[in-house]
Design a protein around this ligand. Structure first.
Ligand code: 5AD
Ligand code: FES
Length: 360
């Protein structure tokens, strides 16, 4: 089938998805333009912001791609104090970001769980509960997810990393701390508790194929998630997967493949929130803008105090590590204007897909 025909289809089959993910040159640009058109027609040109707070790099896991994995001895471990997190949240509010996202290495000790609960409640006290709260704190029990939901968090990000079980175990140790089925169950649990649930994958992993990536997109559609985050895989020298660094696609190809994933998913799920991941900007200075132009609509500017950022390098050369939050804010505003997008300040920026489903 020719690309034009596929781009006008109401429902994309797996073969269509594979064809879209395989486009190059002018056909790839056609895909990006179509995705942008679809996004404008349902979501307008608004960008939503989440002030990102990297709460702690202590982690009980050892994902084979991740720079903060517990086996990496080359970083200082830190945990922000409750007050530091609240200061970041207040800054997010002051900058008009409307929401915060709290991200951390994975921990499940009682102290961690209770501290997060207190932090959520304290953030909810800022200006009468005006900040939205997204959590990205890994796998937890149903009870913990419920406790945080009841405290006031309403969005949760838990990337599946790959929906293909074989690939999942090539990029994670195969043990009870890294269990594919447990991860799936966590995503289901988050959805059933009522979180706006987000998931996602890395793009350009060793052993990943177009067929697997097509299945990832179909997985997001089947789960009917409210949000998706996808970014290029960036090999980190202090991790086991670095040994395959010369076997993965070149940076420009990983970037384009990520953009094609975003654009194709925008056609499949027009109303979801999709983040332009910082990893995009790391492998291409204009990567975040390109992700927006391919269909993404959310950005997560980093609000972590600068002194800790060097220790939260899940991948090397992360963008904006030395930028001050207010510089970042005005830079972002300008960058979005330059590509005809408008940041919607002082709003939660919920997923339209989720809001509509809840109203049904
Ligand atoms: N390259 C790109 N993305 C990475 N992540 C972790 N390590 C890397 C890496 N080396 C992503 C994972 C995780 C998110 C927080 O960051 O998808 O879910
Ligand atoms: Fe951080 Fe521009 S977004 S400096």
């Amino acid at each position: 089938m020719n690309i034009n025909e596929i781009l006008t289809k109401q429902y994309l089959e797996k073969d269509d998805i594979i064809q879209l993910l395989s486009t190059t040159g002018e056909e790839m640009q056609m895909l990006f333009r179509k995705a942008q058109e679809v996004k404008f027609s349902v979501l307008d040109n608004y960008i939503h912001l989440r002030g990102l707070i990297e709460y702690s790099n202590r982690c009980k896991k050892s994902c084979l791609y991740c720079g903060v994995r517990s086996n990496n001895q080359n970083i200082e471990r830190y945990t922000l104090s409750e007050d530091e997190v609240i200061e970041c949240a207040k800054l997010s509010h002051k900058l008009g970001y409307g929401s915060v996202a709290i991200q951390s290495g994975e921990r499940s000790d009682k102290e961690f769980i209770e501290t997060i609960t207190r932090i959520i409640k304290r953030i909810k006290e800022i200006d009468g509960g005006s900040l939205g709260i997204t959590l990205s704190l890994g796998e937890q029990t149903d009870e913990v997810y419920r406790q945080w939901f009841e405290a006031g968090a309403h969005r949760y990000l838990l990337r599946i990393e790959s929906s293909n079980e074989d690939l999942y175990y090539k990029i994670h140790p195969h043990d009870d701390r890294h269990d594919f089925h447990k991860r799936l169950a966590c995503i289901d649990s988050l959805i059933s508790i009522g979180y706006q649930t987000g998931t996602g994958v890395m793009v350009g992993l060793p052993f990943q194929t177009i067929d697997i990536l097509a299945d990832d997109l179909i997985f997001f559609r089947q789960k009917d998630v409210a949000m998706v985050g996808m970014g290029p895989f960036i090999p980190h020298p202090d991790t086991p997967l670095y040994q395959y660094a010369d076997q993965i696609p070149a940076a420009v190809d990983r970037m384009n493949l990520t953009l094609k994933m975003i654009a194709t998913l925008r056609l499949m799920m027009p109303e979801i929130n999709m983040v332009a991941a910082t990893a995009n900007q790391t492998i291409d200075p204009l990567g975040r803008e390109k992700a927006i132009m391919a269909g993404a609509n959310v950005i997560m500017p980093n609000l972590t105090p600068n002194e800790y950022r060097e220790d939260y390098l899940i991948y090397p050369d992360k963008a904006c590590v030395s930028d001050k939050p207010d510089q970042c804010s005005s830079c972002l505003d300008l960058r979005m204007k330059s590509i005809n997008h408008k940041i919607l300040y002082n709003a939660w920026g919920d997923s339209v897909a989720f809001t509509k489903k809840r109203e049904q």
